[in-house]
Write a protein that binds this ligand. Structure first.
Ligand SMILES: C[S@@+](CC[C@H](N)C(=O)[O-])C[C@H]1O[C@@H](n2cnc3c(N)ncnc32)[C@H](O)[C@@H]1O
Length: 474
């Protein structure tokens, strides 16, 4: 039985509240399939076993009500009114408890709450980050000024309730902005960051650095991304939009060289540090705009074998993509949290001699309508057209949208792998016909109308149907 959140309507964070989890997964998979229907086959979505309390980063805005009561939570959609949140089905429970304690300390410590309209007051937000494997906890108090009265006692009181906190940072955000974090950090306790382990590597994560919010799904995401890259140890790999270097460092043991680029300087410092603490010597990280970086690399005639790209929701830009094509990697692994910009960028790459092989949706954001995807692209060989397989007699040339999703050979391979049965193209064509996937006339008919055709046996039909389902064709 799925759990239900009473404040979901006001909060607006979980658009899929009230929808059973299995159905959420189907909706997300269908969404990706629709958006990529003319681009590539979409594999089944990777869902969560326990889709609750997965968010390892929680942040709460603070306000004081007219009666003096302190509340914390999220902004009601489209407004600056705070919806009080004491517990949340997707947030880390320990983080919620820590935010509750900060709330309870505000009045005893006479901390003024920041007022968005007047710009007066001190406490704006609290952000908590928890390492999934390490259990380390970082609390970031976002204040409008660097001075927190009685700060040592405040830290002591917070740690008394939560001795598991490993670091507390005062972040100064004096600007009248909707950005949560300011630029300056003052460490009040501990190291000022947390470390966590992902895919066997340790990562330092500073307050301002990006880190995927769902660690269980992130391991699946990165595992699949590295698997699709099919590295042999000889490759020059680019990790673009690399954050704290996660993907590149995880891939580094199977590559000759890794080059990472990232806009956020704090994240780049983390990436360099992370290479060091993991004893990785074949990775370099650069701070800068990924598009500009790729443009310079391409202009200097550099080459790369594999490109991992994991841009923000807006996707990538023309400068990045056109330079990526010039660098000519054999494979591109595109990781995206926005299937719409993903589809746009894939269309561009498809026109530039890249074959979009397959997409894997991953549910990193249960109960919300967001979905992450990984896509494998491979560079078309110039002689590719000469290698049209005999199976292309079964013609990939005038396929319907559903047909495009898997070739005859892919269906045959799937059937062989999953049921051990060998099936002919004719049988596949017959089953497709039954499923309403329009075939060219001559697939189904023998040359002579009178000639007898063998009919697909029931057992093979069931196996072919299973493959068609797998590829989202029926
Ligand atoms: C979706 S995150 C991915 C980070 C990393 N690959 C990971 O999995 O943790 C996107 C990253 O792109 C960075 N970014 C945003 N715009 C950028 C740009 N124009 N050039 C380089 N990096 C950028 C962000 O700071 C963020 O770290």
């Amino acid at each position: 039985m799925d759990k239900y959140c009473k404040i979901s309507k006001k909060c607006g964070g979980c658009a899929y509240q009230g929808i059973p989890y299995e159905e959420q997964l189907r909706k997300k998979e269908t969404q990706v399939r629709k958006l990529l229907s003319d681009i590539c086959p979409v594999r089944p979505i990777m869902g969560m076993e326990e889709p609750y309390h997965y968010r390892n980063k929680v942040h709460a805005a603070f306000a004081r009500k007219h009666d003096g009561k302190v509340i914390s939570g999220v902004y009601e959609e489209g407004t600056h009114r705070i919806v009080p949140v004491e517990s949340c089905l997707i947030e880390d429970e320990k983080a919620d408890a820590i935010i509750g304690t900060v709330r309870s300390l505000v009045n005893p410590f006479r901390i003024r709450i920041y007022n968005e309209d007047s710009g007066y007051g001190l406490l704006r937000h609290v952000m908590v980050r928890r390492g999934f494997q390490s259990g380390q906890i970082l609390v970031v108090l976002v204040l409008a000024s660097p001075i927190l009265p009685a700060k040592n006692n405040f830290v002591k009181a917070l740690r008394k309730e939560h001795p598991e906190i490993t670091s507390i940072v005062l972040n100064v955000n004096a600007k009248r902005t909707s950005m949560v974090l300011g630029e300056r950090n003052i460490v009040l306790y501990g190291k000022g960051y947390i470390e966590d382990t992902l895919c066997g590597k340790t990562f330092r994560i500073s307050p301002q650095s990006f880190y995927q919010v769902n660690p269980v799904q992130t391991e699946k995401l990165y595992g699949k991304a590295v698997e699709l890259a099919g590295l042999t140890g000889k490759e020059r790999v680019i990790d673009a939009y690399c954050g704290i270097g996660t993907i590149g460092l995880i891939a580094s043991g199977r590559a000759k060289e890794v080059i990472g680029v990232e806009l956020n300087r704090d994240a780049v410092k983390d990436a360099i540090y992370n290479a060091r603490i993991n004893g990785i010597k074949n990775a370099k990280f650069y701070a800068g705009d990924a598009g500009e970086f790729m443009t310079v690399m391409a202009a200097e005639g550099e080459k790369a074998d594999v490109l991992f790209m994991d841009p923000p929701r807006a996707g990538s830009g023309e400068a990045f993509l056109s330079s990526a094509v010039k660098l000519g990697p054999e494979k591109i692994i595109y990781i995206s949290c926005n299937p719409e910009t993903l589809a746009r960028d894939l269309r561009y790459l498809k026109k530039k001699k890249y074959e979009v092989k397959e997409a894997w949706p991953v549910d990193c954001f249960a109960w919300t309508n967001h979905v992450e995807s990984i896509v494998l692209l491979s560079k078309l060989k110039s002689n590719k057209l000469k290698h049209i397989d005999v199976e292309l007699e079964m013609d990939e040339l005038d396929l319907t949208a559903a047909e495009k999703k898997a070739t005859y050979q892919e269906i045959k391979d799937y059937v062989m792998e999953h049921s051990g049965l060998k099936v002919s193209s004719l049988y596949i064509a017959q089953v497709k016909g039954k499923c309403g996937i329009i075939e060219r006339e001559n697939y189904n008919k023998a040359k002579s109308e009178d000639a007898k055709q063998s009919q697909c046996p029931a057992e093979k039909e069931a196996a072919i149907r299973e493959a068609l389902k797998f590829y989202g064709m029926i």
